[in-house]
Design a protein around this ligand. Structure first.
Ligand SMILES: Nc1ncnc2c1ncn2[C@@H]1O[C@H](COP(=O)(O)OP(=O)(O)OP(=O)(O)O)[C@@H](O)[C@H]1O
Ligand SMILES: [Mg+2]
Length: 216
């Protein structure tokens, strides 16, 4: 098999109490994996560790074959800008700007060009000139997904990307994510408590009793 895009081993982390320990995980090109678990089990925290934003108490994380904790801040910043895309549980769109401006900023920062067909597929093409504040929650969520994919990342970290969406729209978003990873040799890590969405991934892991285990 090819080199993993993400590889983690021996990860442990605590805030007030220990969230998890001995977590190992890997993600290869074209793979989609879901992490499920109860609210508060540490799913978002684990995703923030894998995506460079939290350094764990112990363990190693490699992205694209390189150990994160031996790289310079500048190198990590470059990874964040060009190589990874994060769909946050609570999105960070610029409220006063239009949907199009929000997507354009991300595209410019990553030196990429915008893929208009993506907006069609996400069924937001006709609301792109509206201000973010005038869009519905589900439309805003799809704009944030368009923004992340426009960067053309190699790994997509998606934390409850379909939380505000009805089932049909949620499936549409999953179709777009799946198509993206297959056509860009990328990978998807989906964090969700929606088992139905998790089942759209190639494999499912459960964060439970402080351990991450593959569900069978
Ligand atoms: N920065 C922080 N400082 C202190 N405690 C934190 C911090 N971030 C998360 N926690 C705590 O860690 C625990 C796990 O939080 P996390 O957000 O990872 O859970 P989650 O599984 O994503 O939950 P949900 O399904 O509700 O999103 C929670 O008890 C939370 O309060
Ligand atoms: Mg969470």
């Amino acid at each position: 098999m090819s080199t993993p895009l993400l590889e983690a081993s021996g990860i442990a982390h605590s805030f007030d109490t220990m969230l998890f320990e001995d977590v190992s995980f890997a993600l290869f090109p074209k793979q989609s994996k879901a992490i499920v678990g109860r609210s508060g089990s540490g799913k978002s925290t684990l995703m923030h560790i894998f995506s460079t934003f939290i350094r764990p108490d112990s363990g190693h994380v490699s992205l694209f074959g390189k150990d994160l904790y031996t790289q310079s801040e500048v190198a990590i910043e470059t990874l964040r800008r060009y190589e990874i895309g994060i769909i946050f549980q609570f999105h960070y769109l610029f409220k006063g700007m239009s949907a199009m401006e929000n997507v354009e900023i991300a595209t410019l920062l990553a030196n990429e060009s915008m893929d208009a067909s993506l907006l069609e597929k996400l069924q937001i093409a006709d609301v792109m000139d509206h201000k973010i504040g005038d869009l519905s929650g589900g439309q805003q969520q799809r704009v944030s997904i368009a923004r992340v994919l426009s960067k053309k990342p190699r790994i997509i970290f998606a934390d409850e990307p379909t939380g505000n969406l009805d089932n049909e729209t949620a499936n549409l978003v999953m179709d777009v994510l799946e198509h993206y990873i297959q056509t860009h040799d990328a990978a998807l890590l989906l964090v969700t408590h929606d088992e139905g969405m998790a089942h759209r991934c190639e494999s499912i892991y459960r964060l439970e009793a402080k351990r991450l285990k593959e569900a069978v």
